[in-house]
Design a protein around this ligand. Sequence first.
Ligand code: NAP
Length: 280
Amino acid sequence: MNIGIVGLGLIGGSLGLDLRSLDHHILGVSRQEQTWQRAKELQTIDAGSVNVEILKDAEIIFICTPIDKIEPEIKKIKECGVSEKVIITDVGSVKKEIVDRIAPELWRNFVGGHPMAGKAESGLEVAERNLFVDKPYVITPVETTPNEAILVVEEIVRSLGAKLYRCSPEAHDRAVAWISHLPVMVSGSLIAACQTDRESLELAQKLASSGFRDTSRVGGGNPQLGAMMAKYNRAELLRSLYQYRQNLDWFIDRIEQKDWEAIEQQLQKNNQARTKFLEV
Ligand code: NAP
C-alpha cells in the first residue's frame, strides 16, 4: 500500500521503519526539510516532503505529530485536495477531543488510534523497528466511522505485531489517565521532590540506580507530550490525581501513626494488583 506518515519523530519514524519492512511504500511529511531528508537516509521512508501534497497518492495516512497539530494537519490535507476516500488515522495519546474535532465533519474516513508504546527520548533518531510488537494498540471508532476504514487500520495494526484493542474515545481517555497520564505527573513530582533536599542531592544522585530509573522514566520524558496530555485530558487526569493524593495521604497517615502492619498489608495487595496490569 501507499502509506503516508505526517510527523517523523519517535512514533512516526518507528512506524515508517516497520511498514517499509512490510513492503509498503512510505510517503513522509515533516515540518522541517532536514527531518524528511534524514528519514530517507535512515530508510524510514521512500519519499518525503514538507508539503502534504505528496500524500495525494496515499491510500492511508498516519498523523504522528504532537497532539495540537493533528487537526491542523488534517485541515491542510483536506485543502490540498487529497481524496476523501483516503483513510486517516492518528497516534495521539488523547482521543475524545481529537476524534470530536475530526469525525465526521472534517474527515469522515477517520479512525482514532493510540499505540501504547514509547520511550523517554523523542525524535526521529530514537525511532526503532518493532517498537509496537506485543504492545497494546487501541483504536477508538465512533458511530459514524466507516467499517471498512476500521478493518484496514486493524489489519495494519496487527501486521505491526501489536495487541489490538477497540473502545470508545471516552473509555480510552479515562483508562489511560490512570496508567499513562497520571504516572507522568507522579513520576514528574518524584523527580521535582528529590531536587528539594539540597544537602543530600549530590549523594542521592550518585546512589540512584535501577529503582530510580524505573520510577523516574516517564516523568523525565518528552515535556511537550506531558503538557499536551494534561491539556487535552484535563478532566480525567484531575480525577486520577485527586484520587492519587488521597492514596498518598493514606500512606502519610499510616507512617505518622507507625502502623507498619497496615502498610505491609496494602503493599501485599499492591504486589498482587500489579500483575493484573503487567505481565511480570
Ligand atoms: P516526537 O518524537 O517529538 O516527534 C514529533 C514529530 O512531529 C517531530 O519529528 C516533528 O518533526 C513533527 N512535527 C511537529 N509539528 C509538525 C507539523 N506541523 N507537521 C509535520 N510534522 C510535525 O513525538 P512522538 O513521541 O513521536 O509523538 C508523536 C505523537 O505520538 C503525539 O501525538 C503523541 O501523543 C503520540 N504518542 C507518543 C508516545 C510516546 O511515548 N512518545 C506514545 C504513543 C503515542 P520535525 O522534526 O520536522 O520538526
